[in-house]
Write a protein that binds this ligand. Sequence first.
Ligand code: MN
Length: 335
Amino acid sequence: MLKSKFENFLAFIKNKKILITTHDLVDIDGLVSCFTLKFFLIQYFKNQKVSIYFSELTKSTKTFIKNFSKKFPNFNFSYEREFNLSNADVLLIVDTNNLNQIKLSNNSETPHLEIPYIFIDHHYLGDKYENNNINTLNLIFDNYSSTAELILHLFELYDIQLTTPLKFLTITAILTDSGFFRHGNNKTIQNVGKLLCEDIEIQDIFILLKFDTDISEKIAKIKGLQRVELIREGHYLIGITNVSSYGAGVASMLIKMGFDVGIVIAKEVNQFRINTRAKKRVCIQTGLNLGKILEEMSKQYNGSGGGHDGAASLTLNKESDIIITQIVEKIKQCF
Ligand SMILES: [Mn+2]
């Protein structure tokens, strides 16, 4: 990776008041990436003001913080709950490259940012351009299985050491975002290997990441399974279903059940969300890239979408059967 990209990024944000944020419903990768990035910037620049803003955290992220804090009571997870741009010169957005996934206030409209912003992310990005985004400075690399690994690379490049709690956190982010290595590559495992040290026991991390499934999620999965429609294309099986929430979890479940591709439609208030998952092996064998397909669809239908080859989502304002049919056709073309 080009070090000059990181150099340009750091040169631009130097001496600026920095605000870091991530997508709404903050997951563990988003959470960890914000705190490791903040720590890195404070170490690197010494005297620089860096703050973090979060909108809402997911239930499992909140549970994780609670459990992690029992193990590392001195680790400070403080962040701002009000988005205040007057205290910032530049906004760093991690773990997403889509402004629609950022929630700055209670009104859910796409935010228009007055200040420059830069994306630091590991999701596929097409050639879209957002106003006020300094796209030449974006650090977007979709070969990483988590944003936390991208930030870990910064620490390595500038020879800055992570503290034990930050190492622990980075491993949890890598494990959760790579689906416990299922979506990872050699580098993913090497990174975890490098982070493990005498003070960190991998079994402690596994225990911290074991969450009890919420009863409403269990019901969503059971209903999703009851409603599933099976489409067979040669040797491949596509499953389509609908639920009102937990779309991503239901899509992953379809893959575990034996489908090669899972498509889950979730009708939310004023929103129509499609979550998709595919088996990694199938993506490699066929060249299927769900992130690319849903990104194309988002452009065509004025929504927001994207992701990775084996996991992607699309959010639209209105429901349409034609869109689902088109997605299925595009998937079939790969088979
Ligand atoms: Mn991520």
